[in-house]
Design a protein around this ligand. Structure first.
Ligand SMILES: [Zn+2]
Ligand SMILES: [Zn+2]
Length: 440
């Protein structure tokens, strides 16, 4: 076949394009085995069969074409679109993923200079943006598990590649979540292992910045996770279970409004320490964060998270107060103002939240009564009525009971650890925690 010209399709190739839209995978398979069909043929706009399949959201067709040798990086489209761009525009997450796994390059731009991620963001396909920006093939990590050059040992012990890859590919960059992921894996939760991991991430960061097609998003992500790992190491060196102390430090709120100042400072510091000061992304982040007073919106986490995973569109989604995970649904039964993934996250946050719960409850009730004033109400103003209208139904009664039991000893332990925090202790006393959570 050799040279492929735009628009010079054989009869079978024309049929293939139709079958991709309306036919079955079997029909397409039969056509693809014909001598008169080239898998990378081009229609008059320079679209390949794979681009058609991606745009039409046909995952099975995409897989079939890739098996038949479709070129995922074909760049003959009249406006410079690639199959990955069509996949991202269609908003199909599986196809976007399939293109990336097949080796789609993420930094190719269309005729107006936009990458696939930028095009997807433009049309509001934020899930696809997140998938593209966070794609990091396992092979790129496995490279470091073999000794390179004069090294006697690999930079990354092979057993660490799996757990590290899991963290690298996360779309939730909340520092508490990252520390939780480290803490749940005994192989990782150890200073020597983390030291190797963060050095490998620094190397990947450097590679992302020095390669011809720079990837600032991935570089920033690697650098940021590396910084969190270095914090973990600092805490681990202090003794047993120190990652729990780090999580507490990240969640501890200041007295005036409960804002987690340490967390904000850690994230700001990591961004500032990004070693490539000429990077556009760094300058953007600094411009967005620098004028914001600590405690005001946007937080450094939201700015960073938006820049890296592109999750701007999730305004309606609920995020866990503790770990930032999307889709949290368990509300604090007292104040209704904070939301968690599960009991573990609620329990982890309780030492900080207990100081704010009562005042948040007042805020909530004020909001409710103001909302009630605005509508003519027939219903009784009873507290339960108000609650049942607004509490997420997913929260089981048992949930509250269990977390209450657990939070009481935690509470006591916290008191021992911080004898100096008299204000906190006093506040905890005039707002007895047990009874409050077990209400309802
Ligand atoms: Zn959570
Ligand atoms: Zn509460």
């Amino acid at each position: 076949m050799g040279h492929i010209k735009k628009g010079e399709l054989t009869q079978e190739e024309k049929e293939l394009l139709e079958v991709i839209g309306k036919g079955t995978v079997q029909e397409a398979g039969t056509l693809l085995s014909s001598k008169n069909v080239h898998v990378n043929c081009l229609d008059e706009n320079g679209m390949t069969p794979l681009m058609h399949a991606a745009y039409k959201g046909k995952l099975d067709m995409c897989k079939l074409l890739l098996r038949h040798g479709a070129d995922v990086n074909c760049h003959q489209h009249e406006h410079g679109y690639t199959a990955l761009m069509f996949a991202a525009l269609s908003g199909n997450k599986d196809i976007t993923w399939a293109m990336l796994e097949a080796g789609a390059e993420t930094d190719v731009v269309n005729s107006v200079g936009r990458t696939a991620a930028q095009m997807a963001a433009f049309v509001g396909q934020h899930d696809c943006v997140a998938i593209i920006n966070n794609f990091f093939p396992r092979e790129r990590l496995d490279y470091y598990t073999k000794p390179q050059g004069l090294d006697k040992e690999p930079k990354l012990p092979p057993k660490l590649a799996g757990p590290l890859h899991k963290i690298i590919t996360t779309t939730n960059l909340h520092p508490v979540k990252i520390v939780m992921l480290v803490n749940e894996n005994p192989l990782l939760a150890e200073a020597v292992a983390l030291g190797k991991c963060y050095k490998v991430m620094d190397l990947i960061c450097e590679k992302c910045m020095k390669q011809r097609d720079m990837n600032e998003v991935l570089a920033m992500k690697m650098h940021y996770i590396s910084c969190i790992f270095q914090k973990c190491i600092t805490f681990l060196k202090e003794g047993e279970n120190k990652l729990e102390t780090l999580i507490k430090s990240l969640l501890k709120g200041r007295a005036s409004d409960g804002f987690p100042v340490y967390q904000e400072k850690i994230i700001r510091e990591s961004i500032r320490k990004f070693p490539y000061c000429e990077a556009t992304l760094l300058q953007q982040l600094v411009r967005s964060i620098a004028p914001v007073e600590i405690g005001s919106d946007p937080t450094a986490f939201s700015v960073l998270s938006q820049a890296i995973t592109g999750q701007v569109g999730f305004v309606d989604a609920e995020f866990c107060t503790t770990c930032g995970e999307k889709g949290a649904s368990k509300r604090c039964s007292v104040c209704k103002m904070v939301i968690y993934c599960d009991q573990t996250c609620q329990k982890t946050h309780w030492f900080a939240h207990k100081k704010m719960c009562k005042s948040l409850k007042d805020v909530y009730e004020k909001q409710q009564s103001e909302a009630a004033k605005h509508k003519s109400q027939e219903e009784k103003p009873g507290k339960l009525d108000v609650n049942s209208n607004h509490v997420n139904e997913d929260q089981p009664e048992a949930e509250v009971g269990v977390s209450q039991e657990n939070s009481t000893p935690d509470d006591a332990a916290e008191g021992e650890r911080e004898p100096g925090d008299e204000a906190g202790a006093a506040r905890a006393q005039d707002a007895p925690t047990g009874p409050q959570l077990s209400e309802e």
